[in-house]
Design a protein around this ligand. Sequence first.
Ligand code: FMN
Length: 335
Amino acid sequence: MTEMSLELPEGAIWPDNIYMTGKSEYTPQHQLRSPVNLFQSGNIVKICAPMVRYSKLAFRTLVRKYNCDLCYTPMIIAADFVRSVKARHSEFTTNQGDHPLIVQFAAKEAQVLADAACIVSPFADGIDINCGCPQRWAMAEGYGACLINRPEAVQEMVKQVRNQVENPMFSVSVKIRIHNDLQRTVDLCQKAEAAGVSWITVHGRNAEERHQPVHYDAIKIIKQSVSVPVVANGDMKSFKDVENVHQITGADGVMVARGLLANPAMFAGYEETPLKCIQDWVNIALEHGTPFMCFHHHLMYMMERITSKQEKKIFNVLSSTSAVVDYLRENYGLQ
Ligand SMILES: Cc1cc2nc3c(=O)[nH]c(=O)nc-3n(C[C@H](O)[C@H](O)[C@H](O)COP(=O)(O)O)c2cc1C
């Protein structure tokens, strides 16, 4: 398969016959946009986290305008993706400008993950294995954070993707939480490294922790224990936080979720969402035909810090895209 298949119109969904061709060919263009190269630049790599319902194509397009270097899709269940045409169509949409892009999968079986990786490999730059989701349903299914206790299973998944996706520049990363006993996390990371993982993202909390302070010291120890790049994640709300965490941990990259929802221009150094960014979101979302709920939720997040209680009372209950656009025009002069 060639780059031609990337020339579908904005927001197009890839036809199923393209998915099913499986293995992709390696082309020099892949090398140019390899995410692994980003880590070799020496600059801290700024990453938009995987976020179910939120890190979709329209939002990725927005954050890329504001200095985000690398974007993740929301988590996709690999088994459903491989099995169901409907799941593929609803879960994965991309376009030509959506690079570098990592598709994050929830998986527990190496062959299923490798199949899913082969399907997306012509259209993305890498896949990530979710080893951090602490939600009860995910753990019960054997996905997410319970994988940090199965280092051999993680190794096998990394190896199978490496062996079965032909493009050598295609990345295979993992996103983990930490153990109470940090030595077990170090062991997991070293095993993942031995299996050929491209980089490791560490959300510096254990699977039980929610709002407790992030253990940046643990991320620092992990960074010192492996040679592959390490990405720090957790509680960065401003560019200053990014710089602090970079300094404390020595991490090669930073991954941000809620900070970018609140201010998609954060990586460009803005302290709060600039009006220009809100206008960009309106333009991008309308262009992509973003469903109202998603369009509105993002605006509520972005405007949280810049609107009064009174304004929120009105804005948050608006119930159609046209009502939101009218409100923004009348109150903020947006188009
Ligand atoms: C709305 C939302 C959706 C999320 N979805 C995912 C996901 O699909 N996969 C994943 O690995 N983590 C997911 N996370 C966790 C984040 O990627 C991140 O690890 C966590 O929020 C800590 O980073 P933060 O402090 O920058 O928000 C999600 C978080 C939020 C807030």
